[in-house]
Design a protein around this ligand. Structure first.
Ligand code: SAM
Length: 359
């Protein structure tokens, strides 16, 4: 007698292709730790500075153990991160890879991205549990690699875009900042964006805030180190309770979607702003249609969103969980729902949308 649920016929070739794709991805998963290792041990920097080296030479320059370095180099060569010359037995970094792997000021800089991804993936046990019980997992509950990796991932892009492109895309904001404006940077994390703006606009005053006290402690240290502590203050506060009033500019860099109550935070921004003030919202680039986000950038964002952003929002009151691919229409709804009358996409990069909201 025929079974009621006959197994579907399998396409063997399709199965094989899928498994081979997965082999590549397992290699890439392991590579996240190898990139962080290369960054932390100075292996990329030594290769960039010295040119072609054999494993013993690289180990000697970095004070590391030759046997580990040899294995690491072969993994890097197999993945196309370093070049290998079989005649000399030496390994080298192509100059373009050297920029991406060692130059913290380049928008192409990668180690922070990997550190952020590795730290996020390492916390997966907590997310498995949260997915079972419907709970959340707050930003501050993550380990150092998520917090520092996030800072190191975003800072190069901000360094390239904030002063040169994003602020000038907003109506009349740069002129105000040059004259001396009051700025609130909400959800500022380690303060990379706050400090960058304070360096560029010394006549303005900045108040950065974040609901995670550990991030604010680090932001204060960063401001001292950067020599901008005279014009920057950092406060521990949720977005819906940032202190002060009469701000000319309120900024939120990649954090609105992490908040439990983004609508409440939006209403608070409306109260914080001067009548002709501006709210700049930087959010991950995303289409309003999920299927249009099924591409490499969308994949990365949905990954971070599953492991970090969505659990962060669900760990807070309201727990709206916009997700890192909320899209422009959803953000507009939140902003207009808080009483803002003007909303537009003022700038964008492959990774970010920059929205301007005015009362
Ligand atoms: C992706 S990080 C971005 C940090 C920083 N703006 C940057 O671009 O480097 C998200 C930040 O949002 C903060 N955050 C999450 N929920 C918050 C809330 N309700 N109020 C204030 N900050 C919040 C987190 O602590 C974290 O620092």
């Amino acid at each position: 007698m025929a079974s009621a649920t006959a197994a579907p016929a399998l396409d063997g070739q399709k199965l094989e292709q899928f498994v081979f794709k997965a082999v590549e991805e397992v290699g890439a998963t392991l590579n996240a730790a190898l990139v962080v290792m290369g960054d932390r041990l100075g292996l990329y920097r030594a290769l960039a500075e010295a040119g072609p080296l054999d494993p013993a030479g690289l180990a000697e320059r970095t004070g590391t153990t030759e046997r580990y370095v040899r294995e690491w180099l072969n993994a890097q060569a197999a993945g196309g991160y370093v070049d290998y010359d079989p005649t000399s037995g030496r390994y080298s970094l192509p100059p373009e890879h050297a920029v991406a792997l060692t130059d913290e000021s380049s928008p192409a800089y990668l180690p922070g991205f990997f550190q952020f991804a590795l730290g996020s993936a390492s916390d997966y046990e907590h997310i498995v549990q949260a997915a079972r019980d419907g709970g959340g997992f707050g930003w501050g509950e993550h380990g150092h690699d998520v917090l520092e990796g996030c800072e190191r991932f975003f800072r190069p892009g901000y360094h390239t875009n904030v002063v040169a492109a994003w602020l000038p895309a907003l109506e009349g904001v740069v002129e105000k900042l040059e004259r001396g404006a009051q700025v609130a940077d909400i959800g500022c994390g380690h303060g990379a964006s706050t400090i960058l703006m304070a360096e560029a606009f010394p006549r303005s005053r900045f108040v950065g805030s974040d609901y995670h006290d550990g991030s604010i402690a680090t932001a204060r240290v960063r401001a001292e180190e950067a020599g901008v502590a005279d014009r920057v203050e950092f406060e521990v506060a949720p977005g819906a309770d940032h202190p002060g009033s009469g701000y000319d500019l309120v900024t939120m860099f990649d954090c609105l979607h992490d908040m439990g109550d983004p609508a409440g935070a939006a209403r608070h921004v409306r109260e914080l702003l001067a009548p002709d003030g501006t709210w700049m919202i930087v959010e991950p680039a995303a289409s309003d249609r999920v299927e249009q986000n099924f591409n490499p950038v969308g994949r990365v964002y949905y990954g971070f969103s599953t492991l970090v952003c969505t659990p962060a929002s669900l760990s807070q009151e309201v727990g709206l969980a916009l997700g890192a691919q909320a899209g422009e229409a959803r953000i507009r709804e939140i902003v207009e729902g808080a009483g803002f009358t003007r909303f537009r996409r003022a700038a964008e990069t492959p990774l970010n949308f920059v929205f301007e909201a005015r009362p």
